[in-house]
Design a binder for this molecule. Structure first.
Ligand SMILES: Cc1cc2nc3c(=O)[nH]c(=O)nc-3n(C[C@H](O)[C@H](O)[C@H](O)COP(=O)(O)O)c2cc1C
Ligand SMILES: O=C(O)C(=O)c1ccccc1
Length: 387
């Protein structure tokens, strides 16, 4: 194809920007501080290369992964993001129908502009077996947390994703500059309506406060749902979490919106995966934009990855259809990358297949031929699989 026949480069954020009020676009797009962590999430994937294997034969290809007792069609989920009705008037129900239709599990946020029961109902319209998890910020009042958990359980959510990277709200430079701190009239965080201590019919703000491990232990007592900790970057926290019975982890720097000096999510992944040592699934989000990003995260020990902003951009530009197409395209892209890497299953993507870009190229020593390049920062663990 010649340049003149090529269409415009695919720029989902740019297309969404054209649709949204500037302060709403900035709320979705922005990060904390100087937006270093935000940029690094994508850039860090670009510093990694995949080493494909050859002559691995044909046969069937199967992108399914098992997470907390369920088969997911692909190692992909929708990360929780706030306020979908700011992106599109159809809001979270459109996202939920689209994700379910695309076979992608959804983590619906506590800061959704649609109540969790309505989000799950929408997902189940598209697929009665749809997986929906609820993202929770522990609240300082135990009775408020308990009510939110009860609503998620009654709605049919199959796990709680507890976000632990927000003892305080990050300093969002763009929001401060734009003076954006309230939803427009008519929109509200619907999960926060009619909670204990709140006047009937009113909503209250989501509190960000420094919860502790004891608060997590109380949550563990409150519910039989699996608990997923989101926002873990330090391997020691990962180890403690697993020791305390957490069922899965999400390695995440909150899309670069909390601590600006945090590492890129994918940079933090190898050490967390090593600390967890296969005891629970390790998930990741932050900067995942294409099939190669998914594959790279899997080589470094992730079971599956989440996407945040790509879903918001697709919702803003194309509503439900847009989200379904974006998620389907990402799944298809991953399947092709898996094939190009010589893999048949997601688990076939192993730690020996990821190298840092740039010269000198990591040397291959006596272990060459056993799939174990010498001197790489990311070594496969004994036992082969990174999980
Ligand atoms: C606009 C926006 C709102 C978000 N709201 C939440 C939230 O309410 N709870 C939460 O745990 N994470 C939230 N996140 C973080 C995402 O779950 C996820 O970690 C991040 O977006 C992943 O990075 P990505 O956008 O590069 O894919 C939000 C992210 C964005 C961009
Ligand atoms: O904006 C966010 O990243 C976020 O996590 C959040 C939390 C509470 C309310 C709104 C958004």
């Amino acid at each position: 194809m010649t340049g003149s026949q090529a269409g415009p480069p695919h720029d989902p954020a740019g297309s969404a920007r054209a649709k949204l009020r500037p302060e709403h676009y900035d709320y979705f797009a922005g990060g904390a501080g100087e937006e270093t962590a935000l940029r690094e999430n994508e850039d860090a994937f670009g510093r990694l290369a995949l080493l494909p294997r050859v002559l691995r034969g044909g046969g069937d290809r199967d992108t399914r992964v098992s997470v907390l007792g369920r088969d997911w069609p692909a190692p992909l989920f929708v990360s929780p993001t706030a306020f979908h009705r700011l992106a599109h008037s159809d809001g979270e129900p459109a996202t939920a129908r689209a994700a379910a239709a695309a076979g992608v599990p959804l983590v619906t946020g506590m800061a959704a502009t649609t109540a969790v029961a309505d989000v799950v109902a929408a997902a189940r319209e598209a697929d009665p077996g749809a997986v929906v998890w609820f993202q929770l910020y522990l609240q300082p009042e135990p009775e408020v947390t308990a009510e939110l958990v009860l609503r998620a359980e009654r709605a049919g959510c199959s796990a709680l994703v507890v976000t632990v990277d927000s003892p305080v709200f990050g300093r969002r430079t763009r929001d401060l500059r734009n003076g954006f701190h309230d939803l427009p009239p008519g929109l509200a965080a619907e999960n926060m309506r009619d909670l204990p201590g709140v006047p009937p019919g009113a909503t209250r703000d989501i509190a960000m406060w420094p919860a502790g491990w004891d608060d997590l232990a109380r949550l563990r007592e409150l519910t039989d749902l699996p608990l997923v900790l989101k926002g873990v970057l330090h391997p020691e926290d990962a180890r403690v979490a697993v020791d305390r019975g957490v069922d899965a982890l999400v390695v995440s720097n909150h899309g670069g919106r909390q601590l600006d000096a945090a590492p890129a999510s994918v940079e933090a992944l190898p050490a967390v995966a090593e600390a967890v040592a296969g005891r629970v699934p390790v998930l990741l989000d932050g900067g995942v934009r294409r099939g190669t990003d998914i594959a790279l995260a899997l080589t470094l020990g992730a079971r599956a990855v989440g996407v945040g902003r790509p879903v918001l951009w697709a919702l803003a530009t194309g509503g439900e259809d847009g989200v379904r197409q974006a998620l389907t395209a990402l799944r298809d892209d991953f399947e092709q990358v898996l094939a190009l890497c010589g893999g048949h299953r997601p688990q076939d993507l192993t730690a020996d297949q990821v190298v840092p870009r740039g010269l000198p190229y990591p040397p291959y020593g006596p272990t060459a031929g056993q799939g174990t390049p010498r001197g790489l920062p990311y070594r496969p663990r004994r036992g082969g699989r990174p999980w």
